[in-house]
Design a protein around this ligand. Structure first.
Ligand code: ARG
Length: 567
């Protein structure tokens, strides 16, 4: 039974003057169950009914007839609170699960509308550092969340594969490069010579001129220049893919910045035709003073294109190609101005979709705490080092806790990487994070391993009980204690949390719900002796365990985390 729908239909029959659909969207689930399982706030009705909201609440409540599934209706200030019959709550949730499995947490509200998500987007020939970790895991999780809601998601890796760094890299490679060393150490060697270039160029500025002329050669299609460029790209992609594989992340498009080389001219012309382009100190800009922003740079004085130029033509291309409903850009907060500027340029160009459908999804900084995270290479912390250290530590813990576990290495990989991902998305995105392996791998904290461990515990109960999943006639009234009901509700809320996470573009809504389910699960587990309960009750309880395990697995998958069955 869909309680929200039932309650909404009941309210729609009163003089509230709203349709059941409108009411559905207004019904809330109170944080404290003392205030009911569902609540209808009457504030918005004050305008049409011309009465104080608390009086409206009283009036509407007096028109309601309590159906069987509702145990009580109470008015508190402007809220009408509904208390659902306990047995009905449990019954509704478990039977939905028995019928649909984890599909009960999904929905089709996205109705196949297209959402492009631009995430990860590292720069070629530069190390994949901790900052890119955030974009990668947040973007991937949003992709999973929107997919679960029936949107068609296009994951785009907007690789930084064009620009001045390549001219510098070619010069550096020609002066100090060694083919074998690059093939052996890939990005590490490339970034070594790239750093050396910057050091040397301080005293020899002519190196910069050389770099510029190599970039021009690239732009003109010079064979040698392009071969080297392609080689650098291939080497970088090999390393990036190694990380993506470990994280289980894939993209639908790898159209990076270079993809727009032959498309930018048209965009620049269009900006010019619309009279938006002005010259400033030799460069071509769009003046944004009227919008309290510095100008958006479109062409450098030497005619070269810039980061915003590429983003503008990419957005136009994506709109044409995918006809997106939204296009999300997951990058660090420090790119706020960049996005605000070129979003505005598109709007001024007359693309009315720009204002509503382009969304920057910013996130805070990552810093290193004293969580014993060593850096191998000076101050650049490579993402792979972090993953390796987390996995190593996870293996160590598993060896202590459960030395006989089969497949220890695989489980340690899932737990170590899961710990890093979960920690990244445990708080609202904008909050800075401090990397601390001790904290993220604490099995008793609010962490990935804690959630994975709870899931494994649920799986082991089902295994020991030889539970086979087919439970057609469950007597739900046998589950009536508070802990069980709280667990059922936490499981039942997962679907609504997926919608909330999408509304706010906040994966932490999912991680918090996972913690809630796990806490309730452990309470349920400690207060109910599942194995010793008599047969009928045991079946009912096992069904609840099964649903909880599925909800945890589902939530972890949304975050991009594996759920081992034993740990
Ligand atoms: N490559 C950029 C960086 O590492 C991120 C690109 C984000 N996407 C975009 N369309 N601008 O900072």
């Amino acid at each position: 039974m869909d309680f929200v729908k039932e309650i909404a239909e009941m309210l729609a029959k009163t003089n509230a003057g709203l349709t059941a659909e409108e009411i559905s969207g207004m019904i809330e689930t109170p944080a404290d169950t003392k205030n009911g399982d569902y609540a209808f706030p009457c504030f918005r009705l004050a305008k049409t009914l011309r009465k104080a909201p608390p009086l409206i609440a009283q009036d509407i409540a007096s028109q309601l007839e309590k159906p069987d599934f509702v145990s009580d209706i109470q008015v508190v200030n402007a809220y009408i609170n509904f208390y659902v019959n306990k047995t009905d709550t449990v019954k509704s949730i478990i039977s939905q699960f028995v019928e649909n499995g984890a599909a009960m947490f999904k929905s089709s509200i996205g109705s196949e509308k297209v959402i492009c998500i631009d995430y990860s987007s590292p720069n070629i020939a530069k190390p994949f550092h901790v900052g890119h970790l955030r974009s990668t895991v947040i973007g991937n999780s949003l992709k999973n969340i929107y997919t679960a809601l029936g949107y068609k998601v296009v994951g785009i890796n907007h690789l930084g594969d064009w620009g001045t760094q390549f001219g510098k890299l070619i010069v550096a490679y020609k002066l100090w490069g060694d083919k074998e060393a690059v093939e052996r150490d890939d990005i590490k060697e490339l970034s070594r010579i790239y750093v050396k270039f910057h050091q040397e160029a301080e005293n020899k500025p002519e190196l910069n001129d050389e770099a510029r002329s190599w970039l021009v050669k690239m732009q003109e299609g010079d064979k040698e220049a392009l071969e080297l460029w392609q080689w650098f790209c291939d080497i970088s992609m090999k390393e990036f893919n190694r990380i993506y594989d470990r994280l289980g992340i894939t993209f639908d498009s790898y159209a990076g910045e270079s993809f727009y080389n032959d498309k930018m001219q048209a965009a620049v012309e269009e900006i010019r035709e619309k009279g938006l382009l002005t010259t400033s100190e030799g460069a071509q800009i769009v003046d944004l003073e009227a919008y309290n922003m510095p100008p958006c740079l479109i062409l450098r004085s030497d005619g070269g294109t810039l980061y915003p130029t590429r983003d503008i033509s990419a957005a136009i291309y994506r709109k044409k190609t995918y006809d997106f409903y939204k296009c999300l850009y997951v990058t660090a907060l420090d790119q706020n101005l960049h996005f605000a500027q070129w979003f505005k340029v598109l709007e001024l160009m007359g693309y009315s979709w720009a204002a509503d459908s382009l969304v920057h999804i910013p996130f805070g900084l990552v810093s290193l705490g004293d969580g014993k995270l060593s850096t191998r290479q000076g101050h650049v912390v490579l993402m792979e080092d972090i993953l390796n250290q987390a996995v190593e530590k996870a293996l160590h813990i598993i060896e202590e806790k459960n030395p006989d576990l089969a497949d220890k290495e695989k489980v340690a990989e899932d737990v170590g990487i899961g710990a890093v991902i979960f920690d990244d998305m445990f708080n609202t995105r904008i909050k800075n994070i401090v990397l601390d392996l001790d904290r993220m791998l604490n099995f008793d904290g609010e962490t990935g391993p804690y959630v994975q461990y709870t899931h494994a515990r649920a799986c082991s109960i089902l295994k020991r009980a030889q539970y086979n999943g087919v439970s057609s006639d469950i007597d739900y009234s046998l589950i009536s204690d508070e802990a069980s009901i709280a667990l059922a509700k936490a499981v039942g809320d997962m679907g609504a949390k997926v919608k909330e996470a999408a509304d706010k573009n906040e994966p932490y809504i999912i991680s918090r719900q996972l913690i809630e389910i796990c806490k309730q699960f452990n309470r349920f587990y400690n207060t109910n002796n599942i194995m010793q309960s008599e047969d009928k009750q045991k079946q009912a309880r096992l069904a609840l365990v099964d649903a909880a395990a599925a909800a945890i697995r589902f939530g972890l998958a949304l975050l991009g985390i594996n759920a081992p069955e034993s740990m």
